[in-house]
Design a protein around this ligand. Sequence first.
Ligand SMILES: [Zn+2]
Length: 339
Amino acid sequence: MEERYSRQVLFSPIGESGQEKLQHAHAFVLGCGALGSAIAETLVRAGIGRLTIADRDYVEPSNLQRQQLFTEEDAVRGVPKVVAAKARLLAIRSDASIETILDHVDGDVLERAARDADILLDATDNFEARLLLNDFAWKHGIPWVYGACVGSTSTVFPFIPGRTPCFRCLLPALPSVNETCDTAGVIAPAVQITAANQSAEALKWLTGNEQAMRTKLLHADIWYNTQVEAGISRLKKETCATCGGEPSYPSLHAETGTQYAVLCGRDTVQIIPDAERRLTGEDVRRVAERLGTMGKHNAYFTEFTADGYRCVGFSNGRLLVHGLKDMQKGRKIYHQLFG
Ligand SMILES: [Zn+2]
């Protein structure tokens, strides 16, 4: 066994056999912000066989306080998070196998990239993405580890098909969603404790230590020094659309046509063009040139200003309109730009 993993192998629940299992495992991390950065670094350092990270965003200065894989230069250059993360992870461990997805993740993307994953890690900031991960996990019998942090609080639970209730069953019982990192802020230790708990659950599962996994939902506050563990097995609903007797996995069935969404907790409207339109980065660049407001421009995206709003168009035609919460207004700007 390699010297670099010697301290982990000495830890008896893992040992050589656990390390061997880990080195043949594939983990899929949805989101590469604060949680995703921390989880990815931990798993790569631990010797994970293969890691896939998916994220649609790029590095901004306000990320640097807690998103541990990114540097000032990444923020100045506006590097996509998965691109910056991969470069840093390969500097940490040159033989790591890391796949990246720079896109909005839907059911089709998960089918392509996570079908053979041994575990799924939630590093998202919104309920829609978690419902998607939850449906996908149950459909294919893959465990996923929920993690949420806002302010100084942390919530973690490993959802295991066939063993625990699912996320959809829990929704009415979870803490209110109207607080986000953008309204309540977040401190890095809350991120780290959340990511540490998620990574620990992943390591347990991937090294053959299922019996050590959490069976209760953890909710902790690292500032006010409180910790609650809640049993949730009684919350399972027999009629649940994900884990009930007749599952329909509703979140996996992506809408067709152009999709519009206000990104959770951010003043940003996202528009994903209908695939039939086949918009490209070149179309985006032409629009920016036409407006005469082109900002940053690279192989991944073009930044420009439209109607007073900062816009970022990606190479697959996906558009972000920043400084905007009104979906109808976003729709209007999009139609003004792309017809
Ligand atoms: Zn359920």
